[in-house]
Design a protein around this ligand. Structure first.
Ligand code: BGC
Length: 731
C-alpha cells in the first residue's frame, strides 16, 4: 500500500470563525416605537388575551379543536397569530401526528458529535422545515444538564457538562433565529427529573446554580441572543420557576440582559396570576387558567396594574415584530425532506456514533459472512401509518417528531444497502423494546422469548461475524418518567449472552439515548458501537462506520459509569411529591456533577466523559501559550494523524487550578474542537481561553472570580487520558 505522507500546517483559529458568521438578534429601535404605539391602541381585554396561548389538550387545559400551539393575534390591529412548534429532533407541529418532517438527530447524539457547527447546520435544516410549516417559534432546545443516567429526558439533552451544552446552544439559537424562527431554550431552570415533575422543589446552592445549571441559559441569552425562554415546572429553592422573580427578572433580565419573553411550560407551569405576572412570566401556555379572565379580574379589582400588563406584553410584541411575523409570508417555500436535509441527517449520524470497544474486528472485512440479529435491527411491528411507529430509534415525549413512514433507515437496511445485497441472514432474537414500556420487567421464562433466542443462536452459528442490534426506544426513555433501571428492556441481555456462547465475533450496535448497563456481556463481545438515536439516516451511517467508509468520531458527552451506584444518592429521583411532606430534592453533590463527581471521588467510569475510539490515531504536540491580556490566552498546539486512515479527532481542553483556596473540581472542560486529518497530516489548532475559563462563582461576593495562581492546561482525547500539558500563572 502506498503510504500517504502529507504534512500541512494550517492555522485553525477556533471559535472566532463560524461564530462570527451568524450574529445575534436584538430588538431594533423602530420595533420598539411601533410596539409603544400598539400598546396605546390595544384595549385591556385585548392585552390580556395576548398574554396566554392556545393549544391542543383535554380537560381544563387546551382546546380539543386544534392540534397546534400558539398565541392568537388581534385582527383589528393586524397583530398576527404566533404558532409554536418543536424543533428538538426535527420539525414538529403542536400535537399534530399527521405532519411529517426530516428526522435530523437527537440532542444527545449532537452532543456526542462534539461538532457545534454541525449542530448549527442541523438547526438551520430544522428551522427551514418549521418555517415551511408556518411555525414561528421553536419550543426548545432542551438544555438542562444530565444529572443522573436514568433521567427521562437525557436523550433530549446535550450533555452533563455546562460548557459543552453552552457552546452547542449558542450555535443552535443563532441558526434558528437567523432563519426566522424565534428560539426558546428550556426548561429554565434546574429541570433534571421527570418523577413528580409538576410537584418538586429543588434545593440548589448559588454557586452550583451559577457553575452547573445556569451557564447554558446564560450563554443562550448573552451569546446566542435567544429571544424566548421557557420557564420550568419545578420549584427552585422554594419557589415555582414560572413565578420566581429572582430568576425571571433579577437574573434573566437585569443581569443577563434578556430582551425577549418568557412562556410557561405547558398545562402546569403557572400556579398563580399575581406572582407569575409580577415575576415577569409573559405568556401562560397553553390555555388561560391563571392569565386571561382571572388576570382581567385582578386588574379590575385594582390588584394588578396595567403597567405590569404593558411590560409583559411589550416584551412579547417586540419579539414578534422584530421577527416580522405576519400572515403573508408565514409559509416559506422550503421543501420538506429535501435532499439537502437528508444529507445533513446522514452527516449528523456519521459524526455522533461513538465507538466504545474494538478488539480489532472493526472495520469489518466485506468478505466476511455476516448475520444481523436483534430487536432493533429492522424496526418494530407497527402499522406503518400509525404515529407510534416513530418511537423506533428515538426517545419519547414532546421532543420526538414524526418522520415519514419509510424514511428511517434501520441498521439492517443500512447494512444491506451498503453491501448491495437483497437479503442478509437475520433473526429478531427477542421481542422489541417497545413491548416493555417504561421498562416493565419481562415475564420469567417467557417461552416465546426463549424460542426466539434459540432461533437467533442457530443463525449466529452459521456466520463469521454477528452484528447485534439492540437498545431502547421512546417507550423506554421519555419525558414524563425517569427510568427505574439501567437494564436493557426485555430479553436483550440474555440474547447477547446466549449468542456469545456460540460466536466470538460479535459487534454490538446499541441505540439508546442514555447509559445502559452492559456489564452482563460487555467482556464477551468484540466491539460496541453506541449509536444514540441519531436521525433517520442512522442505518446508512452505521454501515459506513462498521465497514470503515467513515471513521468513527463521536465522543461521549456524558459519563458512562461502571455502575449506577457510583452516583450520589441524592441525585436518585425521589418518589414523593413535595406537597406531601415538604421534602426537597437537595442537590447536595453541589458542583460535582458527571465527570466532576467521578474525579473528586476517585470513581472509575467504564467509558469516561469525552471518550470514543477511532480507526486511526492522533498525537498532540508543540503546545504554546499566547498571552493576550491578563485573562485572555490562545493555546496553540499541533494535532497529527499518525494512523493509516482519514479521521476526525476532538482535542478537549481542560483547566485545573493548581492550589485552589476554595473547593474546585479536579479539572473542567473549557475548550474543544473537532478536526479532520488525512493520514500523516498535521494541523495547528488554537483554542482561546478567557476570564470564565479560570473563574469560579464566589457566592459571598456574588460574582465570578479568578484566584491568582497557577492553572494547569491539559489537551486530552477524553477526560482521563493525559496528552499535552502546560501551565498558566495568573498574577
Ligand atoms: C414539556 C415541554 C413541551 C410542552 C409542549 C411540556 O410537557 O415539558 O418541553 O415543550 O409540553 O409540548
Amino acid at each position: 500500500m502506498k503510504a500517504i505522507f502529507k504534512i500541512s500546517i494550517i492555522l485553525v483559529v477556533l471559535v472566532l470563525n463560524s461564530e462570527k458568521l451568524l450574529c445575534q438578534r436584538h430588538i431594533s429601535h423602530n420595533v420598539k416605537i411601533k410596539v409603544e404605539k400598539l400598546l396605546k391602541d390595544l384595549t385591556i381585554e385585548e392585552k390580556v388575551n395576548l398574554l396566554h396561548g392556545f393549544g391542543s389538550g383535554e380537560g381544563e387545559f387546551g382546546d380539543k379543536n386544534t392540534n397546534l400551539f400558539g398565541v392568537k393575534g388581534i385582527e383589528r390591529l393586524n397583530i398576527p397569530d404566533v404558532y409554536m412548534g418543536h424543533g428538538i429532533t426535527g420539525a414538529r407541529l403542536g400535537r399534530d401526528t399527521t405532519v411529517y418532517a426530516t428526522y435530523m438527530c437527537t440532542p444527545i447524539a449532537m452532543g456526542c458529535s462534539w461538532d457545534k457547527y454541525l449542530y448549527s447546520r442541523v438547526a438551520t435544516g430544522i428551522a427551514k422545515e418549521l418555517r415551511a410549516y408556518g411555525q414561528d417559534l421553536n419550543l426548545g432546545p432542551t438544555i438542562n444538564i444530565i444529572r443522573h443516567p436514568l433521567g427521562g429526558r437525557n436523550w433530549e439533552s446535550i450533555s452533563e457538562d455546562p460548557y459543552l451544552t453552552s457552546k452547542f446552544v449558542i450555535e443552535y439559537v443563532k441558526s434558528m433565529q437567523n432563519n426566522g424562527v424565534i428560539c426558546g431554550p428550556k426548561h429554565f431552570a434546574v429541570n433534571n427529573q421527570e418523577t413528580n415533575r409538576f410537584d418538586i422543589n429543588n434545593e440548589v446552592d448559588e454557586r452550583t446554580l451559577r457553575e452547573i445549571y445556569l451557564p447554558s441559559f446564560e450563554a443562550a441569552v448573552k451569546e446566542g441572543g435567544a429571544l424566548n425562554i421557557m420557564g420550568a415546572y419545578n420549584r427552585l429553592n422554594g419557589e415555582f420557576m414560572c413565578q420566581n422573580r429572582h430568576m425571571l427578572t433579577d437574573i434573566l433580565r437585569k443581569e443577563w440582559g434578556f430582551e425577549g419573553f418568557v412562556l410557561s411550560d405547558f398545562s402546569n407551569g403557572v400556579r398563580s396570576t399575581l406572582k407569575a405576572a409580577r415575576a415577569g412570566l409573559n405568556i401562560e401556555m397553553h390555555g388561560a387558567k391563571f392569565y386571561g379572565e382571572p388576570m382581567l379580574d385582578y386588574i379590575q379589582k385594582g390588584e394588578l396594574k396595567e403597567s405590569c400588563i404593558d411590560s409583559l406584553l411589550r416584551d412579547y410584541l417586540c419579539v414578534i415584530y422584530e421577527f416580522n411575523i405576519n400572515y403573508r409570508d408565514r409559509y416559506l417555500d422550503y421543501k420538506i425532506h429535501s435532499a439537502e436535509n437528508i444529507a445533513l441527517a446522514k452527516e449528523a449520524a456519521q459524526n455522533s456514533a461513538v465507538l466504545l470497544k474494538n478488539n480489532g474486528i472493526l472495520p469489518l472485512d466485506k468478505s466476511k459472512k455476516i448475520a444481523i440479529i436483534g430487536p432493533n435491527a429492522k424496526g418494530f411491528d407497527y402499522n406503518q401509518n400509525l404515529p407510534e411507529r416513530t418511537y423506533y430509534l428515538q426517545g419519547g415525549g414532546s421532543g420526538r417528531m414524526y418522520y415519514f413512514p419509510n424514511a428511517i433507515v434501520s441498521p439492517y437496511e443500512g447494512i444491506r444497502n451498503f453491501l448491495n445485497k437483497d437479503e442478509i441472514p437475520y433473526a429478531i432474537g427477542c421481542k422489541t423494546p417497545n413491548l416493555y414500556p417504561q421498562n416493565k420487567s419481562p415475564q420469567i421464562n417467557d417461552y416465546e422469548e426463549l424460542i426466539m433466542i434459540d432461533k437467533a443462536v442457530e443463525v449466529a452459528k452459521s456466520a463469521d461475524v454477528v452484528i447485534l442490534s439492540i437498545g431502547m426506544c421512546g417507550y423506554n426513555e421519555s419525558e414524563g418518567w425517569d427510568r427505574k433501571t439501567a437494564k436493557l428492556p426485555g430479553y436483550q441481555d440474555m440474547l447477547v449472552r446466549r449468542i456469545a456462547e456460540v460466536q466470538k465475533n460479535i459487534v454490538v450496535v446499541i441505540n439508546t439515548g442514555s447509559y445502559v448497563d452492559m456489564s452482563n456481556w460487555e467482556d464477551k463481545v468484540a466491539a460496541i458501537l453506541f449509536a444514540p438515536y441519531c436521525g433517520e439516516q442512522i442505518g446508512n451511517a452505521i454501515a459506513e462506520i462498521l465497514y470503515g467508509e467513515v471513521c468513527p468520531s463521536g465522543r461521549l458527552s456524558f459519563t458512562w459509569p461502571t455502575s449506577l451506584e457510583d452516583y450520589p444518592t441524592c441525585s436518585i429521583f425521589r418518589g414523593k411529591k413535595y406537597t406531601d411532606g415538604k421534602i426537597s430534592n437537595r442537590y447536595s453533590e453541589g458542583i460535582y456533577v458527571g465527570y466532576r463527581w467521578f474525579e473528586k471521588h476517585n470513581k472509575i467510569a467504564k467509558y469516561p466523559f469525552g471518550y470514543g475510539l477511532s480507526y486511526t490515531s492522533f498525537e498532540f504536540k508543540n503546545i504554546s501559550i499566547n498571552k493576550k491580556s491578563r485573562y485572555d490566552y490562545d493555546i496553540d498546539f499541533d494535532v497529527v494523524n499518525v494512523g493509516d486512515c482519514k479521521g476526525k479527532v476532538v482535542p478537549q481542553l481542560y483547566v485545573a487550578e493548581q492550589t485552589p483556596k476554595t473547593d474546585r473540581p479536579i479539572k473542567e472542560l473549557k475548550g474543544f474542537t473537532k478536526v479532520e486529518l488525512l493520514p500523516g497530516e498535521t494541523k495547528r489548532i488554537t483554542i482561546p481561553l478567557n476570564f470564565r475559563s479560570f473563574a469560579y462563582y464566589n457566592d459571598n461576593k456574588e460574582e465570578w472570580e479568578v484566584t491568582p495562581g497557577k492553572f494547569k492546561i491539559m489537551i486530552q482525547e477524553n477526560s482521563i487520558e493525559k496528552n499535552l500539558e502546560t501551565e498558566i500563572d495568573i498574577k
